[in-house]
Design a protein around this ligand. Structure first.
Ligand SMILES: CC(C)(COP(=O)(O)OP(=O)(O)OC[C@H]1O[C@@H](n2cnc3c(N)ncnc32)[C@H](O)[C@@H]1OP(=O)(O)O)[C@@H](O)C(=O)NCCC(=O)NCCS
Length: 222
């Protein structure tokens, strides 16, 4: 568990004092009023799909212990939280350029964190995994690293018997939506989450009747 002191230090390092105050306010406000919209995407790794190749000199792999600790470089997740995720049976994948980590993402194997899901967790169907928290280091963006890493990860998962990879992207996150579509992910549902003074509601609009049904069944608050 990340200690409160560690969280404060991380926030100050990352945002500076002024930014940290704004951030604390935003987090406190989000507990009362929050509005989010995400697109759920789906990739069937065994079906025909684009397979962009990793640029020369890069390799993709499941992170080892030393690499998990180095993920701290981006300050997106503490080492302790990353280790907890792994102990719960999830996988951290990285792309290395030489010894440097330039990309990371998570594969959740049984359940994935979703604001608005019952208890904040979406339980996955057998054969289904969820891709989360993809991040390309700022200097490596725009080289097609993320889509080619996902394509390679999908090859490995297909060989392990996975038949569906889901992922969600904020509707306004144009870079990420372009990136997932380059790897062949298709939009199957739009999820809206609203919280007003303690009352929350999640609604799902399916874009693809068959593959969107899973999200409507599990997440729609009706
Ligand atoms: C989303 C993200 C993982 C994409 O990674 P990537 O390795 O740069 O992927 P790509 O090279 O395919 O670029 C995807 C899009 O990013 C945008 N882009 C291109 N160069 C960029 C740069 N230098 N900086 C930022 N965005 C850039 C473009 O829109 C590009 O699409 P296009 O090639 O069709 O023009 C990366 O932008 C990122 O880490 N963003 C911050 C974290 C995030 O939003 N994660 C996703 C959460 S769902």
């Amino acid at each position: 568990m990340t200690s409160a002191v560690e969280r404060v230090q991380r926030t100050l390092r990352r945002y500076g004092l002024g930014g940290a105050v704004g951030r604390v306010w935003a987090v406190a406000r989000a507990r009362v009023v929050l509005s989010e919209e995400h697109v759920w995407y789906c990739l069937e790794p065994n079906a025909p799909r684009p397979k962009p190749r990793l640029p020369d000199g890069l390799r993709v792999k499941v992170a080892e212990r030393a690499e998990v600790a180095r993920l701290d470089q981006w300050e997106t997740l503490s080492t302790a939280s990353a280790e907890t995720r792994i102990s719960e049976g999830n996988d951290l994948w990285v792309v290395l350029e030489g010894a440097q980590i330039i990309f990371s993402c998570w594969i959740f194997n049984r359940a994935t964190p979703v604001v608005g899901a019952p208890d904040g967790l979406l339980t996955l169907d057998p054969g289904m995994v969820c891709l989360e928290d993809s991040f390309t280091g700022a200097a490596a963006r725009g080289r097609g690293v993320a889509p080619s890493a996902w394509a390679a990860i999908a090859d490995t998962l297909a060989a392990e018997g996975v038949d569906r990879i889901i992922t969600k992207v904020g509707v306004e996150n144009v870079a990420s939506r372009r990136a997932v579509e380059k790897a062949g992910f298709e939009p199957v549902a739009v999820m809206r989450f609203r919280r007003r003074f303690g009352v929350s509601r999640t609604s799902i609009r399916t874009l693809d009747e068959g593959r969107g049904r899973f999200f409507a069944r599990r997440l729609d608050s009706v």
